[in-house]
Design a protein around this ligand. Structure first.
Ligand SMILES: Cc1ncc(C[n+]2csc(CCOP(=O)(O)OP(=O)(O)O)c2C)c(N)n1
Ligand SMILES: [Mg+2]
Length: 322
């Protein structure tokens, strides 16, 4: 296992900060009501997307779910394409037709995200099967949540992926909640990754808020999948800070334990990563520069996206299948 260099740690920090600030900007503008799509933010969970995607080549593929902005950006999806998509504009990554939960950037190898929980999981396995049959050496990664682990199709997919020895990496973002229902009310007390291991996947669990840790686990899993060792499973523990769907916080609703959200905020991926950089001798001025770079990038992306046109009416029936 390679320990990330200081330059790599800095890059991981930059990538996480870019997702964090992009989502904060989306949240800040959401109330203007020009983004007319439900939006599930991944604030607090950025280390998983970034730590995993750091090991993927451009031709590796990623599938995602309803909470997909981080996965899309970490895989190299266009930032302008994301912002324009949220606003329903023609330059959106799906032509402004899909919104937040239908992201795709084929040029970046980000194939699809969809709102149907579990919907992309078997498709990712099918894609991995295709890659295997083409002898492409590409790996397919699919991100999903702990709630998705309760979908039957997930278990059917694990069975098939093991049977076919697919180059598939299944990444379970265990944030403890499906909407507002905690894991302990939905599943017996046992570890998710052990169920995956029982299906025959190579499975491990770990801290999803420490990007170096995610990076190390993902390096092994992705290399094993690429080397023909079959499907891999990562269960990574994390927590989403905002409400399940929308730009606000919802801690007042009381579905979390008192102090739970605060404890997770103290375990912020960016805080950890910033400390690791300081320990590696990176000065505060470097972090400030990264902050400024990210801020400028996001402001430019909003400006560019919002300067573009809405889809023309004549294109309404394009991409519509009856
Ligand atoms: C098949 C299906 N069932 C239910 C829903 C409603 N729904 C949307 S997100 C969600 C929770 C998913 O939880 P999890 O997989 O843990 O992802 P998280 O939101 O925590 O990231 C549910 C039940 C849906 N979109 N699709
Ligand atoms: Mg969840």
């Amino acid at each position: 296992m390679n320990v990330p260099t200081t330059a790599e740690l800095q890059d991981l920090y930059y990538r996480m900060l870019r997702i964090r600030r992009a989502e904060e900007a989306i949240a800040a503008r959401y109330a203007e009501q020009h983004m007319r799509c439900p939006t599930h933010l991944c604030i607090g969970e950025e280390a998983i997307a970034v730590g995993v995607c750091a090991h993927l080549t451009e031709s590796d593929k990623v599938f995602s779910n309803h909470r997909g902005h981080g996965h899309y950006l970490a895989k190299g999806g266009s930032l302008v394409g994301l912002i324009a998509e949220l606003y329903g504009l023609a330059a959106g990554c799906c032509g402004g037709r899909g919104g937040s939960m239908h992201l795709s950037d084929l040029s970046a190898g980000f194939i699809a995200s969809t709102p149907i929980v579990g919907g992309t999981v078997p498709v990712a396995a099918g894609y991995a099967w295709g890659e295997q049959r083409r002898n492409s050496n590409n790996v397919v990664v699919v991100f999903f949540g702990d709630g998705c682990f309760e979908e039957g199709v997930l278990h059917e997919t694990m069975n098939f992926a093991v049977l076919k020895n697919l180059p598939l990496v299944m990444v379970c973002e265990n944030n403890q909640y499906s909407v507002m229902t905690p894991l302990y009310e939905r599943q017996p007390a046992r570890d998710i990754y052990q169920i995956a291991a029982a299906h025959g996947l190579q499975a491990v669990s770990g801290d999803g808020n420490k990007v170096e840790h995610v990076h190390a686990l993902a390096e092994n899993a992705i290399a094993a999948a690429r080397d023909g060792e079959g499907p891999q499973f990562l269960e990574l523990h994390t927590h989403r800070w905002p409400e399940h769907c929308g730009p606000n916080e919802d801690d007042e609703l009381g579905y979390r334990m008192p102090g739970e959200l605060l404890a997770w905020k103290q375990r912020c991926p960016l805080l950890y990563s910033g400390r690791a950089l300081a320990d590696a001798g990176v000065g505060a001025e470097v972090l400030l520069e990264i902050e400024q770079q990210v801020g400028a990038e996001i402001a430019e992306a909003f400006a560019e996206a919002l300067a573009g046109p809405a889809p023309v009416l004549a294109s309404m029936e394009r991409h519509v299948y009856v």
